[in-house]
Ligand binder design. Structure first.
Ligand code: NAD
Ligand code: IPM
Ligand code: MN
Length: 338
């Protein structure tokens, strides 16, 4: 089988970390066909479009992509919407998979291994916000049975690829009984139809946040809506070692876009301090969940683990990218050496 990858580095440190991840994938898949595409704020300023049609076509043709990060202005700019939101929406990437696990040497705990499955297409990300008067703004939160069911179905797919003991549905149905209630009920129905009812549990999002801080080792697979998943995945990634180690996979039917959870990090761009391992681990998610090459994903994650063990206790604050890249390439080519 030949693999094609649409590479979209985007803005800021996206341009720095993505080449490291592509290099690692090329070592594991020597026949990988790599294509390059543009997206983001810089692209918008040059072409007037944050996601050109050519980028969407490249993604569709390849069926797989690796995205870095993009910048977004804090004030609305006419015609601009974060490129990653457009990519998720236009490519039907309706689920976002965000694993959080302990790594040797760098993680504050050694017992965390959880997976957040975030609905990726609706909720408060509907893009429908308006002013109702000069002092009154409104955002629409859309929850559909079909997107909720698709998320739960993905949980079932994940269970074929990874052992899962407990599924926690995270919502706020006490305050939002219609939207969160629909989400919870449709997820439960799909999981019950697959005879998984005995594994399903639920939490209100506020208490889930507290428990993710206090007892993260008790979580296994979490299913939640778009904004809750956005917030909880940043919170939970603290346990793996922070944003520099937080990968994700935007996952649709027959198409996937890997993406580190972090943004364009304007505060460190150009300093050499960006950690490329979140992008590398995102590439491992493509291997495991989209390309069905778990043995290569294991190989890549084992190399990352050895790199982190090797650099444990070092100040990774300076020239992180180059040091970690060299160390990773060495671990991938000569796995036994330090
Ligand atoms: P950010 O993730 O860019 O940075 C938050 C902090 O984490 C910064 O101090 C940064 O230096 C650090 N950091 C992030 N990634 C790192 C890495 N790989 N190695 C070392 N340190 C890392 O979030 P922000 O500062 O809130 O946002 C900056 C810009 O990125 C904004 O324009 C925002 O809209 C955008 N953003 C984009 C995405 C995306 O494209 N998926 C995600 C989040 C934020
Ligand atoms: C993420 C990011 C995006 C989101 C932003 C950049 C639109 O924070 O991927 O977590 O909110 O989904
Ligand atoms: Mn986020």
């Amino acid at each position: 089988m030949s693999y094609r990858l649409c590479v979209i580095p985007g803005d800021g440190i996206g341009q720095e970390v993505v080449p490291v991840a592509v290099g690692a994938l090329q070592l594991l898949l020597p026949d990988l066909q790599v294509e390059h595409a543009e997206a983001g704020w810089d692209c918008f300023q040059r072409h007037g479009q944050a996601v050109p049609e050519a980028t969407l076509e490249c993604m569709r043709a390849c069926g797989a992509g690796l995205f870095g990060a993009v910048s977004s202005p804090l004030q609305p700019v006419s015609g601009y919407r974060s490129a990653i939101l457009t990519l998720r929406q236009r490519l039907g990437l309706n689920v976002n998979l965000r694993p959080v696990r302990s790594w040797p040497g760098v993680s504050p705990r050694d017992d965390v291994d959880l997976l957040i499955l975030r609905e990726n297409s609706e909720g408060l990300y509907s893009g429908r916000e308006q002013m109702l008067g000069s002092g009154h703004a409104m955002a629409e939160r859309h929850i559909t049975a079909s997107a909720s069911e698709a998320l739960a179905q993905r949980a079932i797919d994940v269970m074929g690829l990874r052992a899962v003991e407990r599924i926690t549905l995270v919502h706020k149905a006490n305050v939002l009984p219609l939207t969160c209630g629909l989400f919870r009920d449709r997820c439960r129905a799909v999981l019950a139809a697959a005879d998984l009812e005995n594994k399903v549990d639920e939490r209100l999002v506020d208490v889930a946040a507290l428990q993710l801080v206090a007892e993260p080792q008790r979580f296994d697979l979490l299913l939640t809506t778009n904004l809750f998943g956005d917030i909880l995945s940043d919170l939970a990634c603290h346990w793996s070692g922070g944003l520099g180690l937080a990968p994700s996979l935007n996952w649709g039917q027959g198409i996937a876009l890997a993406e580190p959870v972090h943004g364009s990090a304007p505060d460190i761009v150009g300093s050499g301090r960006a950690n490329p391992l979140a992008a590398v681990l995102s590439a491992a998610l493509l291997l495991r969940f989209h390309w069905s090459r778990p043995e290569l994903a294991d190989q890549l994650e084992a190399a990352v683990s050895r790199v982190l063990a090797h650099h444990a206790g070092e100040d990774l604050g300076t020239a992180t990218l180059q040091r970690l890249e060299q160390s990773l390439l060495q671990q991938l080519t000569h796995p036994q050496q330090d």
